[in-house]
Design a protein around this ligand. Structure first.
Ligand code: KIV
Length: 288
């Protein structure tokens, strides 16, 4: 494909425009085929560390590694063409110091080709964000409910329900904006707090369980496709993938047991011995 016909990927400038108008459409993806399906409809695709729970069956995102994020980030980059791609920095890869964060963020960007990284950002993270942005690494911040902090919070708890907590989340969002984050994910907060954050800071807010008062929305794709039998209150299901997979696998199992699969149409027939092509299998002789 020539440079002229190649589809242009969205940039930080396209994401920034959401502050003036159209809400940002964002979803998570972890592999190439799903990224390809989501890509035409999404402004931003996040390779979230939720991959640990959704794909790898971990109990939380705490056990996710750099290697996992890089592998899934590479797959999503291969599958997508136009969406802005952000890869999550896993727990333990950025909190200790700006230099530590820079080394890991630069590795993620080099090895995946993604356009930005995301960090779950407490107030302390303003300094880290500024350090990365000044050195060429765009950062998506994440405030409110921070899944990597579940062991401090005692579970996945909505945030900003007391005056002190409200002020804390607001300070976290301001620290991210002042540090130069490109946008901020606001998770698990009440509508009035989401509105106040959105009206106070100059960068787009992307809500998840944070009402329609944000500049965009993100969901874990498998949640909104209906892959799980339980989803959080804030998820709307747009599909029933769980039901479809169950019905398909049930049908397959029944037909294998009944010997009605494979049928004649799904079976190779012998043409003639001369024209018979034996596919080449690694390490074995063949004639095709
Ligand atoms: O890891 C993730 O998928 C996320 C989204 C829920 C925002 O952080």
């Amino acid at each position: 494909m020539s440079a002229q016909t190649q589809q242009r990927r969205k940039t930080v400038l396209d994401i920034a425009k959401a502050k003036q108008g159209d809400p940002l459409v964002c979803l998570t993806a972890y592999d190439a085929p799903r990224a390809a399906l989501l890509d035409p409809f999404c402004d931003l695709i996040l390779v979230g560390d939720s991959v640990g729970m959704v794909v790898h069956g971990l109990p939380s995102t705490v056990g996710v590694t750099m290697e996992m994020m890089i592998l899934h980030g590479q797959a999503v980059m291969r599958g997508s063409k136009q969406a802005f791609i952000v890869v999550d920095m896993p727990f333990g890869s950025y909190e200790a110091s700006p230099v530590h964060a820079y080394e890991n963020a630069a590795r993620i960007m080099k090895e995946t080709g993604c356009q930005a990284v995301k960090i779950e950002s407490g107030e302390y993270a303003g300094e880290i964000i500024a350090f990365l942005v000044e050195r060429g690494i765009p950062v998506l911040a994440h405030v409110g409910l921070r899944p990597q902090a579940i062991h401090v919070d005692g579970g996945f708890k909505a945030k900003g329900r007391t005056k002190e907590e409200r002020e804390k989340v607001l300070r976290e969002a301001k620290a991210a904006s002042d540090g130069g984050a490109l946008a901020v994910v606001v998770e698990g907060v009440a509508e009035d707090l989401a509105r106040e954050i959105t009206e106070t800071i100059s960068i787009p807010t992307i809500g998840i369980g944070a009402s329609a008062a944000c500049d965009g929305q993100i969901l874990v794709t498998e949640d909104m496709l209906g892959l799980f039998d339980w989803t959080p209150k804030f998820v709307r299901r747009y599909g029933n993938v769980r039901g479809e997979i169950t019905a398909a696998v049930e049908g397959y199992a029944a037909e294998v047991k009944a010997r009605s699969f494979p049928g004649a149409d799904e079976t190779y027939a012998l043409k003639s011995e001369k024209s018979l092509k034996i596919p080449r299998v690694a390490g074995q002789p063949g004639n095709s």
